[in-house]
Design a protein around this ligand. Structure first.
Ligand code: PGA
Length: 228
C-alpha cells in the first residue's frame, strides 16, 4: 500500500510560541507507533524554526513566494524554507486564492519555485480547471514531486464535508486529467468521525486538515483511524 499523507494546516494559529510547541510535541508523542503515514505539520512561518522534523513528522509551510531571493518586501522564499528544514509547501489554498486574490498564473509560478528549491508542493485545487491552469508548464518529471489536494470551498471550515461519492468522482476526474498517478488528498471539514472513508472508500491518498489539526487529541484520532 502507498504511504498515506496527513497534512495539518494550522492556518494563522496558535497565537503563542508556547502553544505551537505544545501542539507539535503532543502530536509527536502520539504518533510514535504510527507507521505508513507521513504526518506533515504546516505551522505559520515564524514557528517553523522552533519545530523540528523527525522521521515520522515533517514540516511544511502554508505559502511561499515565486522568487528565491531579492527585493520582495514581506515575502518568504522556498529556498529559505528549505534551509529551515521544511520539506513541503502548501500552494494555492482557497483562502489565499480568495482573500489574497492569488490567480492560477501566480500559483503556477509558486509551484515551480517550490520544486526548484527541492521541496514538494501540496497544490490545492477545487476543480479540474484550477488543476490545469495552476500547473503551468510543469514537466512530467516535476509532476512526480507534486501532491494534490482536492478541497471544495463549500466544505472548508464549514462543518459540511463533501460526500464520499462526490469526492470519489472528483478524484477520478482529476486522475483522468493528469494521466498519471500522484498522491491526491481530500480536505474540507475532516474530523475523526468522517476521515476514514475518504481513504478507504473514495481512494484518496491522504487528508488535508485545518480546524481539527489544532486539537492534538482529535488530530491523533484521525491519524489512528487511518492507520488502523
Ligand atoms: P478545515 O480546513 O479542515 O478546517 O475545513 C481545511 C483546509 O482549509 O485545508
Amino acid at each position: 500500500m502507498n504511504k498515506i499523507f496527513i497534512v495539518a494546516n494550522w492556518k494563522m494559529n496558535p497565537s503563542t510560541i508556547q502553544e505551537a510547541k505544545f501542539l507539535f510535541d503532543s502530536v509527536l508523542e502520539g504518533i510514535e507507533e504510527i507507521k505508513k503515514v507521513e504526518i506533515v505539520v504546516c505551522p505559520p512561518f515564524i514557528y517553523i524554526p522552533l519545530l523540528q522534523e523527525k522521521d515520522n513528522i515533517k514540516l511544511g509551510a502554508q505559502n511561499a513566494f515565486f522568487e528565491q531571493k531579492g527585493a520582495f518586501t514581506g515575502e518568504i522564499s522556498s529556498t529559505m524554507l528549505k534551509n529551515l528544514g521544511c520539506s513541503y509547501v502548501i500552494i494555492g489554498h482557497s483562502e489565499r486564492r480568495k482573500i489574497q486574490e492569488e490567480i492560477n498564473e501566480v500559483i503556477a509560478k509558486k509551484v515551480k519555485a517550490v520544486l526548484e528549491a527541492g521541496l514538494k508542493p501540496i497544490l490545492c485545487i477545487e476543480d479540474v480547471s484550477q488543476l490545469k491552469y495552476s500547473l503551468g508548464d510543469i514537466t512530467e518529471e516535476e509532476l512526480n514531486n507534486l501532491i494534490l489536494a482536492y478541497e471544495p470551498v463549500f466544505a472548508i471550515g464549514t462543518g459540511k464535508p463533501c460526500s464520499i461519492e462526490k469526492a470519489k468522482e472528483m478524484r477520478e476526474m482529476i486522475e483522468k486529467e493528469l494521466h498519471k498517478s500522484i498522491p491526491i488528498l481530500y480536505g474540507g471539514s475532516v474530523n475523526s468521525t468522517n476521515a476514514q472513508p475518504y481513504i478507504k472508500e473514495a481512494g484518496f491518498q491522504g487528508l488535508l486538515i485545518g480546524g481539527a489539526s489544532l486539537n492534538s487529541l482529535e488530530f491523533l484520532k484521525i491519524v489512528k483511524s487511518i492507520s488502523d
